[in-house]
Structure formats: C-alpha cells, structure tokens
Design a binder for this molecule. Structure first.
Ligand code: PHE
Length: 358
C-alpha cells in the first residue's frame, strides 16, 4: 500500500489530484486511517508492532504528500507568473502622432527656395486697414479693381465702397477695416519698416467673399514676394520665378508669363509653370500674379514713412512683386481634387499626412 500510495503521489500532476490521493489514504475514512482504526481488533501482543508499522507508512505518505505539494505549488506559481510576464524590452506602442498640413509643407518648400536666394521672411496681420490692403497699393476706393477681390469688411466700418460719389472727393473719415484680400498688404508694411535694397517673402491667409467650389474657398493662402533696389528689371522677376519653378519641379521646369493687370504693378503678368511629369500629366499650372512695382506704390510708401517720421527712400527705386497660391501646388502634388478638403478637418484627408513631419 505504501508503494502504491507513493507512486500515486509522484503521478499526481495537479494539486487537486494530490488532494484526492491524500483523501484516499490518510483522509478521515482513508485506507491508512482505517487500518489504524482496526488495530483494536488485533490481539494485544500483535497490536504494538502492527501499530508501529502502520504509523511508519503514514509518516512516509505524509512526508511524500508535503514534498509533492510544495513542488506542485511552486509549479503553479511559476505558470501563473509566466502567464503574467511582460517583456519590458519590447518597443512601446507608438502614440498617435500629428503631421504637417499639406499647405504647411508646400509653404516650407517655397520658403526654403527663397531663403536660398537670400530673401527675408515677414509676417503680417489678417485683419487690415483698407489703406494697406487697397489704398497704398494704388487701388483707391472708387477703383473697379476692388470688385475683383470681393471683400469681407469688418462690421465697425462695413462700407469700404461708401466713399463720396465723385472720384477725387474726400474719402469717408474713418479708416475701414477688412480681412485682407491678398498678402500684398505686406509689400507696404515691409517697405515702411525697411529700406532698400530688400528681398522679402511673406506667407499667410487671405479672405474673399465669394461662393465656394472645388477651386475656390473664402479663406486661402498666398505667398507674396517683393524685391526692391536701384536696378531691378523684369528679367530679374522672370529669372526668380523660373528659379522657383526649378526648385519645385526640377531642372525641366519652364515658366510662362502672360500680360495681366494688377493696379500695384506695371507691367503686370500672370505666370504659369510647366514641367515633365513622369506620369505624363504635364500641363501648365497657373500659379499667380506678378509685375514691376508701380511708382504710385513707392510714392504711397514714402508718404506713409514720412507720416511716421522716416526718410523718403523709395521714389526712383525699382522693384518687382509676385503673389501665388500654395493650394494650387498642394492640390496637384498630393492629388487633392477639391480645395475645401484642406480646411474641412476630415481625418480621412488629413490623416494621410500624419506622422511625417516634413
Ligand atoms: N495680390 C495679387 C492677387 O491676390 C497677386 C499679385 C501679387 C500680383 C503681387 C502682382 C504682384 O491676385
């Protein structure tokens, strides 16, 4: 019986199985317990030897049970620990990361190109006095060009066009304010604060009061450029735009200029870019407007400088300016078919730009 019991103890592979063996041999009505209970039926002379023998068996079984129990407990604990183990050397789960908006990326590319050419970067207000947005840019209140850029007037002024009815008569007394319709306001602001020669680019939001569709938004972006010095010519302007095109699209890029009209430049032009596209989708991309700074702009800047107690330094200067829309570049580059996707904050669109910061 002892040998059988010890064998069963060794074979017990779980604590439950071991408990069953224990009950079977040394439980209240176990085999060993019963043997001990039947000692009284033996003749007195046999009782002692038989009792010692059974107690020895019981001892052996108890000892084996205790040892096996501690082994099984140990194994159970090891298993539990193993199942709960974490590998602290595994790489962590990535946190959801943001990314640069496609318009920011295009701006960064453009500004890097102009910084290589030595341009300074300027920034200015989106809420603007009509004077910087229109007047000083050779667009007086009665000028039809104001209709080309439908304007969000701020309520306090509300009436940018409510001047006196005759050209030349005194304008309305308060300076109306508006959301700038272009970044050309920065031409004026920058020239008031800086003396020539200068090279400046300025990025920012602009606003137009117009119906939205796939290619028009009431808020969009522009990059403005201004170069002023004693001998700046139209060929400097063309060379600069061509350099930008090559910076964006590689050495095969070509530029095209078509005469156009903006009151603050003369002559004025629109420019487009063409490059060999490996997908064979090449076409002219209309990018923006440009031209030679109009003498009236230099005069208006000198007047403003004078009012601010500064020297008149612009009359007689030459310069060129350009303005372009990064949305057009980004729509083509990232195959975004509708300008409104840029600003709808739809994660299905912007989520594609997550994670790469640059
Ligand atoms: N400000 C013009 C526009 O928004 C673009 C432009 C800038 C044209 C500079 C000429 C020179 O349409």
């Amino acid at each position: 019986m002892q040998q059988e019991a010890l064998q069963e103890i060794r074979d017990a592979s779980t604590l439950d199985a071991l408990q069953a063996v224990k009950t079977r041999y040394v439980g209240k009505s176990g085999l060993v317990t019963r043997e001990l209970g039947s000692l009284g039926k033996l003749p007195p002379e046999e009782r002692k030897a038989r009792g010692a023998e059974i107690n020895a068996i019981r001892q052996a079984i108890d000892t084996a049970l205790t040892e096996r129990e501690s082994v099984l407990k140990r194994e159970a604990l090891d298993q539990k620990l193993a199942s709960e183990a974490i590998d602290v050397t595994l790489p962590g789960l990535p946190l959801p990361a943001g990314g640069l908006h496609p318009i920011s990326r295009v701006y960064d590319d453009l500004i890097a190109i102009y910084q290589r050419m030595g341009y300074e970067v300027a920034e200015g207000p989106e809420v603007e006095d009509e004077h910087y947005n229109f007047e000083a840019l050779n667009i007086p209140w009665y000028h039809p060009a104001r209709d080309l850029q439908d304007t969000f007037w701020l309520e306090e002024s509300s009436t940018g066009l409510n001047g006196p009815s005759e050209p030349g008569a005194a304008p309305a007394p308060s300076v109306p304010r508006l959301l700038r319709t272009h970044t050309s306001n920065m031409q004026i602001r920058y020239m008031i604060d800086h003396e020539p020669p200068l090279k400046m680019v300025s990025r920012g939001k602009v606003y137009r009061y117009e119906a939205t569709d796939a290619t028009h938004e009431s808020m969009f972006h522009q990059l403005e450029g201004l170069v002023v010095g004693p001998n700046i010519s139209m060929s400097d302007l063309k060379g600069t735009i061509a350099e930008m095109a090559r910076g964006l699209y590689g050495p095969s890029a070509k530029v095209r200029f078509q005469p156009s009209y903006y009151p603050f430049v003369e002559p004025g032009a629109d420019f487009a870019v063409y490059w060999d596209n490996p997908r064979g989708e090449s076409k002219w991309l209309e990018l923006g407007g440009c031209g030679m700074v109009h003498p009236n702009v230099f005069k208006a800047v000198d007047d403003l400088r004078e009012q601010a107690g500064k020297e008149r330094v612009y009359e007689g200067m030459t310069g060129f300016a350009f303005g372009l829309g990064p949305e057009r570049i980004a729509m083509l580059k990232y195959k975004i078919p509708d300008i409104r996707y840029f600003y709808a904050n739809d994660p299905r669109v912007l989520g594609q730009f997550r994670g790469e910061l640059g």
